[in-house]
Design a protein around this ligand. Structure first.
Ligand SMILES: CC(C)(COP(=O)(O)OP(=O)(O)OC[C@H]1O[C@@H](n2cnc3c(N)ncnc32)[C@H](O)[C@@H]1OP(=O)(O)O)[C@@H](O)C(=O)NCCC(=O)NCCS
Length: 198
């Protein structure tokens, strides 16, 4: 799904405030602390609470293997001022119904500053511009208005509601379903370029 460019572990995306880079074994403690927080884990399908250390080891190894194979792209978020300190994770994976799916989490101390919006825009740009993506899906628990706001601000449209498996929560849970296609992304990118030039 992803080209040679992203398959090398020196690959990174820089935004105004963030680096999006491959996760490494050194991120383990930050992931344990931040994704181990109940307020983060409870919105996610595959992060158990409490979060055992071996689950984090497996996550990092799998993410790096998938990145190297181009089968998906999982990136650690870090502030540009502290690129080795992970503050969140963002990923695109093959979806259950063939449309690739975007997922993300940010550590609770970093919420409310628009950081995830910045990261989502950057990863969508990478997906559509140099991975040749045509469609991207995402979903959020119906009780997750912050995630809904992030997706809407990045151009995703809600296409319905449904239920999705949340194995780490032990149930199928209601979600809002979102979609962004290449045409809409191109229109938004053109608008942003015009605003920047003005
Ligand atoms: C969802 C999440 C990524 C948002 O990241 P963030 O960088 O804090 O997002 P933002 O600062 O852009 O805030 C998003 C918007 O939601 C709003 N918001 C935050 N909490 C809210 C709440 N409880 N109710 C309503 N709106 C809320 C913010 O005010 C902001 O609104 P705005 O668009 O008008 O500015 C982060 O909260 C998170 O990681 N949560 C736990 C894991 C998770 O939910 N992952 C996504 C799974 S789908």
């Amino acid at each position: 799904m992803f080209p040679d460019l992203t398959r090398d572990d020196v690959f990174r995306i820089e935004t105004r405030r963030l680096w999006l880079r491959w996760p490494t074994a050194k991120d383990k403690d930050s992931i344990l602390k931040l994704a181990g927080d109940r307020s983060v884990a409870e919105m996610l399908a595959r992060v158990p609470h409490p979060l055992p250390a071996p689950v984090v080891d497996t996550f990092v190894l799998q993410a790096r293997a998938e990145n190297a194979a181009g089968a998906g792209l999982t990136l650690a978020l870090a502030k540009r001022s502290a690129p080795t300190s992970l503050i969140g994770v963002i990923s695109i994976h093959p979806g259950t119904d063939t449309v690739p799916e975007l997922g993300y989490w940010l550590g609770q101390p970093y919420w409310g500053a628009g950081l995830m919006r910045e990261a989502v825009r950057a990863l969508c740009d990478a997906f559509f511009a140099y991975a040749g993506g045509t469609d991207l899906a995402s979903s959020a628990r119906t009780e997750n208005p912050a995630s809904r706001r992030v997706l809407e601000a990045c151009g995703f449209a809600q296409i319905g509601t449904g239920t999705k498996p949340f194995p780490a929560r032990g149930a199928d849970l209601p979600v809002d379903l979102f979609h962004l296609d290449r045409g809409r992304w191109q229109a938004l990118a053109a608008e942003a370029a015009l605003t920047e030039a003005a």
